[in-house]
Design a protein. Structure first.
Length: 217
């Protein structure tokens, strides 16, 4: 468009103003966090899911970690396919700035790791108080202990449905994932949080075969 910007890919950008910009045609990639959440929905339920309109390079570290868990992933120019062919394995994760593991995928990954064989460790380095979903996952039978910015997750054979309360956007996504895999029904309260970052999430999950519906009082 004619802008003068230096420092792309670094932590410091220098923008020099210009008198005018030119019009361009640009295609916006799908949201990487929503794509990652849908991939984990397939993983936690043992499904076979392909997410399209996404840039795999923007989710490279997430794809790598999912493979460490024993999941099979195939990537193409604008899509990612995930399949779970066996049990999940534990891993260690530390959130970091892009291109590291995104803090906005931490809660969803924790839900997935509650069903992995063996222990897992998640260290949150970006935000404080980002483990508020832990107590709600524990209500569903997850074995998680927190020490400061680090959470130790010991996988359990299964989760149980329970009434849980979303505390923020990504926490609500993790509870939906846990509910998809849990035995029995899970009621997630305060789902207005999830609407801040996901478009018609229940419809997308339903199209994947999930039994989920939004209940309005």
């Amino acid at each position: 468009m004619g802008a003068r910007i230096e420092g792309g890919g670094t932590e410091h950008l220098v923008v020099e103003g210009v008198t005018r910009l030119e019009g361009v045609t640009h295609s916006v990639a799908g949201d990487r966090i929503e794509a990652g959440t849908l991939l984990m929905a397939g993983a936690i339920t043992g499904g076979d899911v392909e997410v399209t309109a996404v840039r795999p390079d923007q989710l490279a570290v997430v794809v790598e970690k999912l493979r460490e868990l024993g999941l099979e992933l195939e990537t193409a120019a604008d899509r990612i396919r995930i399949r779970r062919l066996g049990p999940l394995r534990g891993t260690r994760i530390q959130t970091a700035r892009f291109p590291g593991f995104p803090t906005d995928m931490q809660a969803q990954m924790m839900a997935l790791l509650t069903l992995a064989e063996g222990p897992s460790v998640i260290t949150e380095t970006i935000f404080e108080n980002r483990f508020m979903h832990v107590s709600e996952l524990q209500r569903m039978g997850a074995e998680i202990s927190v020490d400061g910015r680090t959470a130790l997750i010991r996988g359990v054979p299964y989760l149980l449905g329970a009434p849980v309360m979303a505390t923020d956007l990504r926490a609500s996504a993790s509870l939906l994932l846990a509910g998809l895999a849990a035995r029995g029904s899970t009621h997630v309260l305060r789902v207005y949080h999830i609407d801040r970052g996901y478009d018609r999430i229940e419809q997308k999950l339903s199209s994947m075969g999930a039994r989920i519906r939004r209940v309005r009082d």
